[in-house]
Ligand binder design. Structure first.
Ligand SMILES: NC(=O)c1ccc[n+]([C@@H]2O[C@H](COP(=O)([O-])OP(=O)(O)OC[C@H]3O[C@@H](n4cnc5c(N)ncnc54)[C@H](O)[C@@H]3O)[C@@H](O)[C@H]2O)c1
Length: 342
């Protein structure tokens, strides 16, 4: 059965979302909606989408939708979520899920009340290099993860020049990128219990932090070091690759630059590649991010079809978001923050 969907928000990143929807069988994006009429028109023309709207209620009144894909910035999510949950439309919503934990919890409870599926488009764990790392963990029977180092450091302005709104945020890199990295730490080591974070501003164009280093404790006794920077000069530049090292009781895996993955296990060293698939519309340096959108959409749709809760459901994402806000507290008070006592 073909599912019919709509995109809400026709800005910078929505173009990638639409290209990715075009990769998926049995899906049709039948309408788009943006408050900015010009953007809605040009987006619908570019992708040959039958209808455009500037008002979400009108979109829902006139279209028969199985799902919507919300690609707007975080401050709009509560008001959009109120409308969509009330009308029981299955929703995928971009990160950051909300500006604060209270709003995120409110959105989750609205969707729970009307029993409507809600997934956060948390795409880093759906990047091919990271999915490959997870697969190798199983293949080599690596057990009991006890340490991870998750790093996203670059100096390529392309990482923010398309998103001018980022310059003025009081809280920037942890909310924008840290959220993905904290989610990865939970993906590899399980739930977190506390965080200690130090922020830096290394680029005065930004109001908020442009670098951070976090130490996270996990329920299983493991520890993660998570760091990011937009001022890390390397040749070649590392944007937008997340470099990861996970250590287990019986081995370790390194995901290095250029998707090179090395597995170590008791005297054994094996090399693997984790390159994203080559799709016509993807290009460096965004390739692994662009490709992950297809994988994330696929997860959204397959869970809808199987009536399963999404791995990165709204409720799940609150756990990653808790790390974000605890990190800001930690940096402010210069102390370790327990996740259940903020
Ligand atoms: N996961 C990733 O890898 C990744 C990468 C880049 C951006 N993002 C996220 O995607 C989101 C969108 O980012 P962007 O750069 O495309 O933003 P953008 O500002 O370019 O686009 C957002 C659009 O939403 C529209 N909009 C806002 N409220 C609306 C409403 N109520 N109804 C209809 N339209 C509305 C705006 O008019 C705007 O055109 C952000 O949350 C950003 O963090 C994620």
């Amino acid at each position: 059965m073909k599912l019919k969907g709509a995109i809400i928000g026709c800005g910078f990143f929505a173009h990638n979302h639409m290209q990715a929807w075009n990769e998926i069988k049995n899906i049709e994006i039948v309408a788009v909606c943006d408050l900015d009429k010009k953007k809605a028109i040009s987006f619908s023309k570019k992708f040959k989408i039958a209808h455009y709207y500037t008002d979400i209620n009108k979109l829902l009144d006139l279209e028969n939708l199985d799902f919507v894909d919300v690609v707007t910035t975080m401050e709009t999510h509560l008001s959009i979520g109120k409308i969509l949950s009330k009308r029981k439309v299955a929703t995928s919503i971009q990160k950051p899920f909300a500006e604060n934990l209270q709003d995120a919890k409110k959105i989750v409870s609205l969707y729970e009340k009307t029993k409507t599926p809600l997934m956060v488009h948390e795409n880093f764990r759906w990047q091919t290099p990271l999915m490959t790392l997870k697969k190798l963990e199983k293949q080599y029977q690596l057990k009991k993860p006890q340490y991870s180092k998750i790093s996203f450091r670059h100096a390529n302005p392309v990482g923010y020049t398309n998103q001018a709104y980022l310059y003025d945020l009081e809280e920037y890199l942890i909310l924008d990128v840290g959220i993905h990295l904290y989610d990865l730490s939970r993906f590899f080591l399980g739930e977190a219990t506390s965080v200690y974070t130090i922020n830096q501003n290394t680029n005065k164009k930004f109001k908020g932090e442009t670098a951070f280093t976090s130490l996270v404790r996990h329920e299983n006794g493991g520890v993660s070091i998570i760091d990011a920077s937009i001022s890390s000069i390397k040749t070649p530049d590392r944007f937008a690759q997340t470099l990861v090292n996970v250590e287990y009781e019986n081995g370790s895996i390194d995901l290095d630059y250029d998707y090179n993955i090395t597995v170590h296990k008791k005297g054994l060293k094996k090399l693997h590649k984790g390159n994203p698939r080559k799709l016509k519309w993807i290009s460096k340096p965004w390739d692994q991010i662009q490709e992950s959108i297809v994988n994330t959409h696929n997860h959204f749709i397959s869970c809808l079809n199987m009536k399963r809760v999404h791995d990165t459901s709204g409720a799940d994402n609150i756990k990653s978001l808790s790390l974000v806000f605890a990190s800001y507290q930690s940096n402010k008070h210069r102390k370790e923050i327990q996740l259940n006592e903020k």
